[in-house]
Design a binder for this molecule. Sequence first.
Ligand SMILES: NC(=O)C1=CN([C@@H]2O[C@H](COP(=O)(O)OP(=O)(O)OC[C@H]3O[C@@H](n4cnc5c(N)ncnc54)[C@H](O)[C@@H]3O)[C@@H](O)[C@H]2O)C=CC1
Ligand SMILES: O=C(O)C1=N[C@H](C(=O)O)C[C@H](O)C1
Length: 249
Amino acid sequence: MTTSLSVAVIGAAGRMGSAACAAVEGASDLTLVGRYDAGDDLGDLGGAEVAVDFTVPDASPANVRHCVEHGVHAVVGTTGWSTDRLDTLRELLADHASVGVLIAPNFAVGALLMMSFAQQAARFYESVEIVETHHPGKVDAPSGTAARTAELIARARAEAGVGPVPDATESDPLGARGGDVDGIRVHSQRLRGRVAHQEISFGAEGEALTIRHDSFDRVSFMPGVLAGVRAVPEHPGLTVGLEHFLGLG
Ligand SMILES: NC(=O)C1=CN([C@@H]2O[C@H](COP(=O)(O)OP(=O)(O)OC[C@H]3O[C@@H](n4cnc5c(N)ncnc54)[C@H](O)[C@@H]3O)[C@@H](O)[C@H]2O)C=CC1
Ligand SMILES: O=C(O)C1=N[C@H](C(=O)O)C[C@H](O)C1
């Protein structure tokens, strides 16, 4: 007889949380045992073995701390996990050695491939910029995916000894050149009708390479969420990026 993994969703009333609840309910090997949103007492999380967090950057660290301290594995899609926040979480997990936490900037398989391809391309191109486009309800910019992509590209460039991206801009009083993540320019658009989209443009003398991914619907994230839920109990400690559970890391 196969046993079912019990799952709670935090942020269950939101766009992603409600989709995650439906996905868990539709999986024969998982049982949804709790739905939590702002103001709810997480308590024992309904006895869940794994909790999924899709909330807001300021709430997620406390939610994850609650999970870890109650011995509940966590799959986290919420953005805003700065280096400081990750370090604090690592320290907490050191005292709870059997608990696994997955922080995943993006659960869509195509987005993981996009980031992997961008890392491969990074050392061959002098120029690179990222444009991310999301729905206008998104509260943070740049997107977690764009920030992560920029970090990975910057790391690959540094490892290959590629210098700074060429840019003669001397005056930019309105910030038209976008944000700077580790030396990579990132531009954020918020457009009604869009979900989650990203384009990475590489340039070298006489050629261009463009890598693009589109999530047209939040169902695109659900296979990755479920894969994370199933795998996280087998991966104690902190994992950043679903690619590490899918053999892409
Ligand atoms: N990793 C990934 O693949 C994806 C990540 N995201 C991220 O997930 C997060 C949520 O996105 P959406 O669902 O679009 O936002 P949303 O605004 O629709 O939902 C957030 C929910 O969290 C609830 N919430 C706020 N504070 C809370 C607290 N302290 N405890 C429990 N619930 C709380 C809100 O009431 C709301 O229902 C964002 O950070 C977003 O960037 C979104 C899509 C995919
Ligand atoms: O808020 C969203 O919608 C998304 N957030 C994540 C991010 O910030 O990268 C993942 C995806 O882009 C959708």
